[in-house]
Each structure stands twice: as structure tokens, then as C-alpha cells.
Design a protein around this ligand. Structure first.
Ligand code: NAD
Ligand code: TYD
Length: 354
């Protein structure tokens, strides 16, 4: 692996991937490239920031000249690409930002990798890999039954999933046209520590703690397949090392829950943790206007990954959710900085953005 570039490493999933790799692969160097948008937070990586095999670089993947120069300087051996705009609701109000980062940013990285690795159709490039991290949302929505497999046709509905689908297509096109050694994974909804409190689970943890309403879109009947974030990071590690070049792997928890059931369970866990009478937190549940184009159900068939690479989720949802609540209750300062925007003011003074 040698020099590993991880993009979006200051975000939710990226920070867990960076931590895993920095601690596990001391002989390799991990470069974390992140623009530090509202979703990027170096507090997520406080525990590893001084490690000898870790370097943080602030920069924007949409800046082609900067990306070309970066690859020319460091000559990375592997790229794990997670940087993205990731929130569906933001994509509905500002789709263009998603096109810039998720589509153009990805193509800039593909181009830079192709150039420094000298990829072309008539040559096989050894010992290099471009790993693109994507989402199950590219497959669209399911009815009451069935699972997304790697063969399911793409059918994205939100500007977010459309931009991720587009980036996946570019990755496959670079593999087929230029022989760029690529692999893609499409994962279901993640949850766990360091999740930005605009997404359902951390938002509701924050609101329960502060006795605020818990906004449930529509009737709360939409189904998501939840996976603990560290299990996703382990899957990425397995695929990077043993995945077949040119392949796609679905990653999921076999753990389907309606939104209302997730929030009821969360309320119950937090009644106990906050020493509130049973049923207190459920009174905060508030049904609000549904999200436009809201996909009904996501569910992943991850049997290819399980059979080929021996990966499986390590945590039951109840256990993972309790662990997540414990983390948020123990990390009040993190939550305070994120909700006040304090962390961003600090970065503006510390780092030049390119
Ligand atoms: P996130 O929003 O928490 O983090 C994204 C990171 O990318 C942030 O640190 C941000 O600063 C950085 N970034 C954004 N724009 C950038 C740019 N132009 N240049 C450089 N850095 C930039 O997202 P996440 O939830 O950690 O998701 C990471 C990846 O995993 C995304 O590609 C997402 O599509 C994918 N994914 C997420 C989930 C999920 O449930 N969160 C599930 C499956 C796949
Ligand atoms: P979210 O965490 O935004 O992830 P995604 O849209 O990528 O699945 O939302 C998870 C589910 O929760 C989704 O069905 C939308 C719903 N939701 C709410 O009901 N209320 C909220 O405030 C949010 C943010 C999401």
C-alpha cells in the first residue's frame, strides 16, 4: 500500500477509516485530504493527529490544479475516496454543490491517479488501487420485499444519489477505458460516534438530550438498513486488500428498521441513560412534512462480500445504538463545538484552503 491517500478523512466515516488505517498499518503513510466543510472536523481525529505515519492536508477536490500537483508531489499508491457532500436534504436545496464535489471532484481524482500511474488500455497497472466509497442510495428504492444486489440497476431519486451514481459511472468508465485499477463499494446507512447531528440518529440524540422535538418525516414508515460505522471501516479495509479489481461490493447490516422504530428504541435507551421515566422521550416525537422524493426502503444483500472476503457485521443494532448514545453523552464538548460552529472558526485561522 505504501502511501495511502484518504479523501474526506475528517468526516464521519472517513475519520473512522483514517483511525483504523493509521493504527493498523504503521509501516504505511496515511494522507488525509479534506476541505473541512461544515461536515469535516479534525476533533474527530485528535487521538491520532501526532502519529508518525499520518499527515493532514487541507484542500478541495474540485480544484484540478491543486489535485494534479498533490498527486505529482506525493505519488500515492492507493486512494480511498470518501470526500463528498453527503446529506440528502442539503442536496434538495443546493444540488449544484453535489455535482461539483461528488462528480467533478471524483473525476479530478481519477484523472490525477490515471496520470501518475500511467494507466492505459493496453497495460495492466500493478500494486495500485483507486477505491471509491459509494452508497446503496444509487439503487433507488425497494418495495416491501427484495434486496439490492451488485446487479441491481441504478435508479437514483435524490440529487445526492444522482451525483453519487454519476461518480460511480465515471469510476467504472475509467476502469474500462484506461484500465485504472478501481474498486467500488455501495454501503447502507451508517451510524455511530462522530456522526454530524443533521442526520436522523445523531440529530435525535441531540434533541432528546435537550428536550427538543424529534422531527419524523411523513409517517416514519421509511426503512433503512443500519450499519455501525466501524464495521463499514473494516469492510473497506478488507475490500482494499482482497477485493477484485473492477468489482463492486455491497456492504450492509441485514438490519432493517422503520424510522419510527429506530427513534422509539433510541427514546427508550435514552430514558434509561438520562434517568427519565419510561416513555418520557417518546413524547418528543413530532411527525413533520415528508422529504420530497423520499425513498421508501433500502436493504442490502452483502452476501458477495461475506462469502468472498469473510466480512460480517460485528454488532447487533441495539448494542451499537447504546454504544453510540454513550459516546454522545460522554463527548458533550464535541457536540457543543459542532452545533455552535466553533470548530470551523478555528480551522479558518489554522489552515489555508486550496
Ligand atoms: P460526511 O459528510 O460526514 O464527510 C464528508 C467529508 O468530505 C467531510 O470531512 C468534508 O469536509 C469532506 N469534503 C466535502 N467536500 C469536499 C471537497 N470538495 N474537497 C475535499 N473534501 C471535501 O460524509 P460521510 O457520511 O462520512 O460519508 C463519507 C462517504 O461515504 C461519502 O462518499 C458518502 O457518499 C459515503 N456513504 C455514506 C453513508 C452514510 O450513511 N453516511 C453510507 C454509504 C456511503
Ligand atoms: P438521513 O439520516 O438523512 O439518511 P439518508 O437520507 O441518507 O437515508 O435519514 C435517514 C432516514 O430518516 C430517512 O428516511 C429520512 C429520515 N429523517 C427523518 O425522518 N427526520 C429527520 O430529521 C432526518 C434528518 C431524516
Amino acid at each position: 500500500m505504501g502511501k495511502i491517500l484518504i479523501t474526506g478523512g475528517a468526516g464521519f466515516i472517513g475519520s473512522h477509516v483514517v483511525r483504523l488505517f493509521v493504527n493498523k498499518y504503521e509501516q504505511h503513510h496515511i494522507y488525509n485530504l479534506d476541505k473541512l466543510t461544515y461536515a469535516g472536523n479534525l476533533e474527530n481525529l485528535k487521538d491520532i493527529q501526532e502519529k508518525h505515519n499520518y499527515t493532514f492536508i487541507r484542500g478541495d477536490i474540485t480544484n484540478k490544479d491543486f489535485i494534479d500537483e498533490l498527486f505529482e508531489t506525493y505519488k500515492f499508491d492507493s486512494v480511498i475516496h470518501l470526500a463528498a457532500e453527503s446529506h440528502v436534504d442539503r442536496s434538495i436545496s443546493n444540488p449544484l454543490e453535489f455535482v461539483y464535489t461528488n462528480v467533478i471532484g471524483t473525476v479530478n481524482l481519477l484523472n490525477a491517479a490515471k496520470t501518475i500511474w500511467g494507466c492505459s488500455k493496453d497495460k495492466v497497472t500493478e500494486n495500485k488501487i483507486f477505491y471509491h466509497v459509494s452508497t446503496d442510495e444509487v439503487y433507488g428504492t425497494l418495495g416491501d420485499t427484495g434486496l439490492f444486489t451488485e446487479e441491481t440497476a441504478y435508479d437514483p431519486h435524490s440529487p445526492y444519489s444522482a451525483s453519487k451514481a454519476s461518480s460511480d459511472h465515471f469510476v467504472r468508465a475509467y476502469h474500462d477505458t484506461y484500465n485504472l485499477p478501481c474498486v467500488i463499494s455501495n454501503c447502507s446507512n451508517n451510524y455511530g460516534p462522530n456522526h454530524f447531528p443533521e442526520k436522523l440518529i445523531p440529530l435525535c440524540i441531540y434533541n432528546i438530550k435537550n428536550n427538543k422535538p424529534l422531527p419524523i418525516y411523513g409517517k416514519g414508515e421509511n426503512v433503512r438498513d443500519w450499519l455501525f460505522v466501524e464495521d463499514h471501516a473494516r469492510a473497506i479495509d478488507a475490500i482494499l486488500h482482497s477485493g477484485k479489481i473492477g468489482s463492486t461490493y455491497n456492504i450492509g447490516g441485514h438490519n432493517e428498521w422503520t424510522n419510527i422504530d429506530v427513534i422509539r428504541l433510541l427514546c427508550k435507551i435514552m430514558d434509561k441513560k438520562l434517568c427519565r421515566v419510561d416513555g418520557t422521550n417518546e413524547q418528543l416525537i413530532t411527525f413533520v412534512k415528508d422529504r420530497a422524493g423520499h425513498d421508501l426502503r433500502y436493504a442490502i444483500d452483502s452476501s458477495k462480500l461475506q462469502h468472498e472476503l469473510g466480512w460480517k457485521p460485528s454488532l447487533q443494532f441495539e448494542e451499537g445504538l447504546e454504544k453510540t448514545v454513550d459516546w454522545y453523552l460522554a463527548n458533550e464538548e464535541w457536540l457543543k463545538h459542532v452545533t455552535s460552529g466553533e470548530y470551523q472558526k478555528f480551522y479558518e485561522q489554522q489552515y489555508v484552503n486550496r
